[in-house]
Design a protein around this ligand. Structure first.
Ligand code: CP
Length: 306
């Protein structure tokens, strides 16, 4: 298995080429099948999660284990970071014990990038989400999921709806989909939850969900990131659902074969109705399943093992 990607860290998708993404997806296709080779045998992976996570954390753990790596459980709450140790010193100490890959989630933008600049030779840093900056493996798994359903991406319209301002997923999805040549990329959300237009190059901005969804082939709904709001930016969950929630009526305006995605965790009946989240168009759990394969591909390629 030879893939073109030669990078050692994955911090953002802003600098990843289309061919590198497609190579990763081809590798993910192979690694998702039983009988995969233990490409990370003898390697040690540490998950450093300074923010809550269900999907990303377990997905990385499973991906590492399925490739034969040792996975070190690292409990931030009971680590020496609570006693004042800097994150860089934590990295240095774990490197000294022979750990090879660090999967890092942090509320501060740029933390994984700073660690990548300081990491020892042969050590990889993988960004598992930093602030509202980037969530590159989510962007990759979202693009992978879309391509499995809509391989003719250049002829397709993708709408990303919700809290764009605070969403690292939106940023990474935009990078991935633009690199892959999406036909039309729409973003929509309440004015208070939209970044400045210069932060959305190449995107068509809509101010009503109905306009964003109309005729779309893919609708990606985003979670309200209340933990990143310094003060309330929406009146209430009920108001938000009324104005911005995706229900069957609104989904009826999309292309008849449109798929619905959401990175999770979903807030039912805030961003998305139960009926849509659990409906036949939903690919939300498929995204989760694909995430393990895509993360296996990322870890193996960063380790130079693929
Ligand atoms: N999509 C995502 O990042 O989910 P978690 O916060 O549960 O990892």
């Amino acid at each position: 298995m030879n893939i073109a990607m030669t990078r050692r860290h994955l911090v953002t998708l802003a600098d990843m080429r289309r061919e590198d993404m497609l190579s990763l997806f081809a590798l993910a296709d192979r690694l998702r099948e039983p009988g995969r080779p233990p490409l990370l045998a003898g390697r040690t992976v540490v998950n450093l999660f300074f923010e809550p996570s269900t999907r990303t954390r377990v997905s990385f753990e499973l991906a590492a284990m399925r490739l034969g790596a040792h996975v070190v459980p690292f409990d931030v709450e009971h680590s020496s970071t609570q006693k004042g140790e800097t994150l860089l010193d934590t990295l240095r100490n774990l490197e000294a014990m022979g750990c090879d890959q660090f999967v890092v989630r942090h509320k501060e933008n740029g933390t994984p990038g700073l660690l990548a600049e300081q990491a020892a030779a042969g050590v990889s840093i993988i960004n598992a989400g930093d602030g509202n900056h980037a969530h590159p493996t989510q962007g990759l798994l979202d693009a992978y999921t879309i391509l499995r359903h809509k391989p003719d991406l250049a002829n397709r319209c993708v709408a990303i709806v919700g809290d764009i301002l605070h969403s690292r997923v939106a940023r990474s999805d935009i990078h991935a989909l633009q690199a892959l040549g999406v036909g039309e990329l729409r973003v929509a959300g309440p004015e208070a939850l939209l970044p400045g237009r210069d932060a959305l190059p190449g995107c068509i901005v809509h101010h009503r969900i109905d306009d964003a969804v109309r005729g779309a082939d893919v609708v990606i709904m985003l979670r309200l990131q209340k933990e990143r709001m310094e003060h309330a930016l929406i009146a209430s969950d009920a108001d938000y659902f009324r104005d911005w929630g995706l229900d069957d009526v609104r989904l009826g305006r999309a292309h008849p074969e449109a798929i619905v995605m959401h990175p999770g965790p979903i807030n039912r009946n805030v961003e998305i109705s139960d009926a849509v989240a659990d409906g036949v168009r939903s690919r939300i759990l498929e995204q989760v399943a694909n995430g393990v394969a895509v993360r296996m591909a990322v870890m193996a390629s960063l380790a130079g093992a693929a």
